[in-house]
Design a binder for this molecule. Structure first.
Ligand code: TPP
Ligand code: MG
Length: 315
């Protein structure tokens, strides 16, 4: 589908914001400021942006352990997420959860699980609650990774989804790897085809092409919203960074990473915008503005206080 220039610039701005956010978190992690593990989604930004752009405020998301972009896209204040990354009192969860479990009920972000696959049955429960509580035309967009779809509860949950007709769109961010193991070593079946065992509508898209992600997720979001049933979208992408901030990824070659860097979703859209309508100046302004937002958020986080030890058990 042909998109207008303003939409393309917005998609670009949001992907660039996530990229710069992740680079700042990486910097913090290298300085030892991030407690616990942090999983970055550099290279995968189009998956969060293209899908969540199609949601309403009243829709819900369940993020993954690699979910900073998903959480930012759902509308949580960037300063509050940045402060959460380094455990500060001003963080969205008061510095108690750090990178992996950012939750914000005010924007219907129900958080992420550290246990891979745990989000599937939870998503069915949320979908059932949306239906039983008559929450209008709301839906849940539930993210997962490729590795997670090899867990047994993925299949149990798809079965229940089909039986109970829950308004859930599962979005599988297929970045080819579960930690250091390539997907093709763990399963011979395309992920989007797994839904067909249960008569669940599914599709797949180039997860590094934000316009394609946007278009294909729009169709499935609309389908789930109107039909009040479940669907699955597989997005093929790649993380050009290690599994976690300290993974130096010895299990893949430099050539493989380089090949995917050439398909970088942000660079791709930037090149298209420039070729299309000579938007260099506009792009420069967007980058400058985003860089400032990130620096302000980082300063806010660094200058914020750590929680008092005595308060750490408060609800
Ligand atoms: C049940 C369980 N097994 C193992 C782990 C360790 N673990 C953390 S992330 C991860 C890989 C998940 O791969 P995938 O679902 O593809 O998501 P990605 O990390 O690629 O985004 C694993 C095995 C875990 N957290 N939970
Ligand atoms: Mg993966």
């Amino acid at each position: 589908m042909k998109h207008d220039k303003q939409l393309l610039l917005t998609l670009f701005e949001k992907m660039y914001l996530i990229r710069r956010f992740e680079q700042k978190v990486y910097e913090f992690a290298e300085k030892g400021l991030v407690f616990g593990s942090t999983h970055l989604e550099i290279g995968e930004e189009a998956t969060a942006v293209g899908t969540i752009m199609n949601l309403k405020k009243s829709d819900y998301i369940i993020a993954t352990h690699r979910g900073h972009g998903q959480e930012l896209m759902k509308g949580t204040d960037i300063n509050a997420i940045m402060a959460e990354m380094i455990g500060k009192e001003t963080g969205i969860c008061k510095g108690r959860v750090g990178s992996m479990h950012v939750t914000d009920r005010s924007v219907n972000n129900l958080g992420a699980q550290g246990i891979i696959g745990a989000s599937f049955p939870i998503s069915i429960g949320v979908g059932l609650a949306i239906r039983l509580k008559n929450l209008g035309d709301s839906i849940l967009l539930s993210f997962c990774g490729d590795g997670a779809t090899n867990q047994g509860n993925f299949y149990e949950s798809l079965n229940m989804a089909d039986i109970w007709k829950v308004p859930v769109l599962f979005v599988c961010v297929n970045n080819l790897y579960g930690m250091g193991t390539h997907y093709c070593r763990t399963c011979n079946i395309d992920i989007y085809k797994k839904a067909s065992f249960f008569n669940i509508n599914s599709d797949t898209a180039d997860g590094n092409n934000v316009e394609e992600v946007y278009d294909k997720s729009a169709v499935l979001v609309d389908y789930v919203r109107k039909k009040r049933c479940t669907a699955l979208l597989e997005l093929k992408t790649y993380r050009t960074i290690g599994h976690s901030a300290f993974d130096r990824h010895p299990y893949r070659t430099k050539e493989e990473i380089e090949e995917w860097r050439l398909a970088d979703p942000i660079k791709r859209l930037e090149d298209k915008l420039i070729a299309m309508s000579m938007q260099e100046e506009r792009i420069k302004d967007i980058k400058k503005n985003v860089d400032r937002i990130i620096e302000d958020a980082a300063r806010f986080a660094l200058e914020s206080r750590y929680p008092e030890f005595d308060a750490s058990m408060e609800q």
